[in-house]
Design a protein around this ligand. Structure first.
Ligand code: FAD
Length: 433
């Protein structure tokens, strides 16, 4: 067991990023308290995570990190009903309008709903002997002395109380409070990079006829320039399929059954659209809208309070169509673990620098693709235009060349950096193809 850094750490927010932060903090602190305003423990969507209703693909990199932090978790998910699949044999990718060729890669994936995944992680976190959860507790403020954060204020059934701590981690998602807290303590706010994405989702849970989609377990239809309509179909626990339509650049998917089917007729292969038309609906169609992707540049701040860190969506939230968010929360947790090993000195500075390095490839991938979708040429630099032309070519070639499809899926799965697509072997195949 590693040496404990200090007595008490508190994590504010029990989304995926908060759960993973709590996991790594439990190795370094005597006690960890996980604070959450919702009631925890059910594997149904909860108020604090409304996005949990919609498709939540876990990228291969995210799954690997989860398995590292919670050995055996993949097996537990599958035993509980999550759907295992083999990359990219049972993953059907249609990107840039091209259906990718497939071949075995040895990489496994697991498909489940977000509440199911989160509840399984929570179960493992709750087994940590030095961790307590304080759910139904709203974070109302922070405690500070000089340049040091000393705890948080939380309000629950018994009224408001103070929770002193040596370290406070803001894992409260897009609405994270650190910006306001920094201001109230006399610190500057971090620079924000904002990319307009105007994404809208419509999601329907369905029961498909057995074998209706053969061996396919996940089908991803990406949006691209000229086609802002996409879709994700995932086999999930409970013998169900979760079908999410995604519209980019202001395109909103319909929430009525006929409109839903018509969208799939337009973007999905005919067998997929037919299987969905013939399926048994399990409830209503739900919708969501995501206007922007935002990255907060904490690593560029000259001053930051001691005793405070931020993780997950509270640092950077992405266009969800690339499925990166939970895996980024996992990368943040690894950065936290690594930096905690170096002690408390300069922890925030080292941590935010490590997070920035981990975030860069994912941010580059998603914002590059987002800018490609937008009509205004002025928003796109020459570099972005060249890169997107090359990606378009790779996607065409991937329809015939499974090795290019594998290279592409490894980069979008965050297993390899985007530069892997520039390796001579890939460039050669793209040029020859
Ligand atoms: C529509 C949509 C689809 C998505 N699809 C994917 C996908 O396919 N794959 C993927 O990896 N990611 C996806 N994401 C992103 C993913 O949901 C997040 O990146 C991921 O959940 C990590 O977020 P988080 O834990 O940082 O924050 P959140 O999941 O938002 O969790 C924040 C937690 O903090 C709690 N909280 C907030 N304020 C307070 C307070 N004052 N007091 C107490 N508790 C508080 C909330 O209740 C919540 O539990 C999607 C996002 C959206 C919006």
């Amino acid at each position: 067991m590693a040496r404990k850094a200090a007595e008490h750490a508190i994590v504010l927010g029990a989304g995926v990023s908060g759960l993973l932060a709590a996991r790594v903090l439990a190795d370094r602190y005597d006690r960890v308290t996980l604070v959450e305003r919702d009631a925890l423990g059910e594997d149904t969507p909860r108020r604090g995570v409304p996005q949990g209703f919609h498709a939540h693909a876990l990228l291969p990199r995210g799954l690997r990190i989860l398995e590292e932090l919670f050995p055996g978790l993949t097996g537990e998910l599958v035993a509980g009903g999550a759907v295992p699949y083999e990359m990219i044999v049972q993953l059907r990718m249609i990107m840039g309008g091209h259906e990718f060729a497939r071949m075995p890669t040895g990489e496994k994936g697991v498909s489940a709903t977000r509440p199911f995944l989160e509840s399984h992680i929570l179960r493992r976190v709750r087994r940590l002997p030095n961790l307590v959860t304080a759910d139904r507790s709203q974070v109302t403020g922070i405690m500070a002395e000089g340049d040091r954060v000393t705890g948080a204020r939380i309000a629950g059934d018994g009224g408001e109380r103070e929770l002193p701590a040596d370290l406070v981690v803001d894992a409260m998602g897009r609405g994270g409070r650190t910006l306001a807290w920094l201001e109230s303590m006399g610190y500057e706010r971090p620079e924000e990079e904002t990319v307009k994405v105007e994404v809208a989702y419509a999601t329907w849970y369905l029961r498909l006829a057995a074998g209706a989609l053969g061996e396919d377990r996940m089908i991803l239809v990406g949006t691209y320039r000229g086609q802002p309509k996409g879709a994700a179909l995932c086999a999930v626990e409970g013998d169900r399929w979760l079908v999410t339509l995604g519209g980019s650049a202001g395109m909103r998917p319909p929430t009525d059954p006929e409109g839903f089917f018509a969208w799939l007729d337009e973007v999905a292969p005919a067998d997929v659209a037919a299987a969905v038309r013939a399926a048994e609906p399990l409830g209503e169609i739900g919708s969501a809208r995501i206007p922007t992707s935002v990255r907060r540049r904490y690593e560029r701040l000259g001053r930051f309070p001691e005793g405070l860190l931020v993780t997950g969506d509270a640092i950077c939230n992405f266009n969800p169509i690339y499925g990166q968010g939970m895996s980024i929360g996992a990368l943040d947790a690894l950065a936290m673990r690594e930096c905690l090993r170096g002690g408390a000195d300069g922890l925030a500075r080292r941590y935010f620098a490590a997070v920035a390095r981990a975030l860069d490839p994912a941010w580059q991938l998603s914002t590059g693709a987002d800018l490609a979708l937008r009509e205004a040429e002025a928003e796109r630099t020459l570099r972005v235009r060249l890169l997107n032309a090359y990606i378009g070519r790779l996607q065409r070639v991937a329809a015939r060349d499974p090795r290019v499809a594998v290279a592409f899926s490894r980069v979008s799965g965050l297993l390899d950096p985007p530069s892997a697509l520039m390796r001579p072997a890939v460039v050669w195949r793209a040029v020859r193809g």
